[in-house]
Design a protein around this ligand. Structure first.
Ligand SMILES: [Mg+2]
Length: 277
């Protein structure tokens, strides 16, 4: 690097103060709105992942979006040529399934897509509307009014167990926001006044269990996400550095007005790639 370039890079890092983004050992990335919107991958993502691999950094993709099974997520991400494996994925259905197994639930009423149902069946659960032991609410993009009615009836049984993979209100796509699991829960709440126990983000365990597994301190990790009330809140509570991207749900105005202030703000994940180069 020549002197002029070196000086520019030092000045950039002072003014933008983004150098810290490249110094972590563990990188957590949200998916919707952070790495892609719908089916549109943001520029620089494959190069960034390649770079992290070369530098032997650990990286994980985190999503609350339980509309797809782990297998379908892998297919989608590897279509983008990211060459990742199951260990790189942390999805909201993972802690949910762990809870169901630990508590010996076998017969489940699952409000979820066929893709997610396949994952639950492969994990050994029986999916049924007849005498289920628990109701599990996920991001059911194939929801029908009839299924909602069945769920509402079940929830009116006293203290019937009710959990959700996550409760995001809305999901950003390339054509606009769509109602997410939180919206479905709101519909059921209006009929039953019941709200579920939630397992996905912003539950800080989504990050801490992985850091414990790696034996890494939270201060050596960073999370990139487009939502304050899930990604940034969870990062803060876990003691992980937080970086908000403006490529998804959040706007600068919303950040200014929020109690959850990220440590860093960038326009999109492509700016992280620039910092590494
Ligand atoms: Mg997101």
């Amino acid at each position: 690097m020549n002197l002029k370039k070196l000086l520019k890079s030092i000045m950039d890092n002072i003014t933008n103060n983004l150098f810290e983004l490249t110094t972590k050992q563990v990188y957590f990335f949200d998916l919707d709105g952070t790495l892609y919107l719908g089916n549109k991958l943001f520029k620089g993502v494959p190069e960034l992942i390649e770079l992290l691999k070369k530098q032997e950094k650990k990286f994980f993709f985190l999503s609350n979006n339980s509309s797809k099974s782990t297998e379908d997520y892998l297919k989608k991400l590897n279509k983008y040529n990211l060459k990742i494996n199951r260990d790189n994925l942390i999805l909201s259905q993972h802690p949910t399934i762990e809870f169901l197994k630990k508590n010996n639930y076998k017969k489940i009423f699952l409000l979820g897509t066929q893709s997610l149902k396949n994952e639950f069946r492969n994990e050994g659960f029986e999916l049924t509307e007849e005498e289920p032991q628990i109701l599990v609410l996920a991001f059911d993009q194939e929801l029908t009014y009839n299924r909602l009615v069945r769920a509402a009836y079940i929830l009116q049984k006293e203290n019937f167990p009710y959990i959700a993979t996550h409760l995001d209100n809305r999901c950003p796509t390339e054509t606009g926001y769509i109602p997410d699991a939180g919206g479905i829960a709101a519909l059921l709440y209006k009929a039953t006044e019941r709200m579920p126990i939630v397992f996905g983000k912003p539950n800080k365990e989504m990050l801490l269990f992985k850091l414990n597994e790696l034996g890494t301190s939270p201060k050596n990790a960073i999370i990139f996400g487009d939502r304050l009330y899930t990604d940034i809140k969870m990062g803060k509570e876990a003691g992980v550095t937080t970086c908000c991207v403006l490529s998804g749900e959040i706007t600068m105005d919303a950040i200014k007005n929020s109690d959850f202030k990220p440590d860093f703000i960038i326009n999109g994940i492509w700016e992280l790639l620039k910092e590494f180069k």
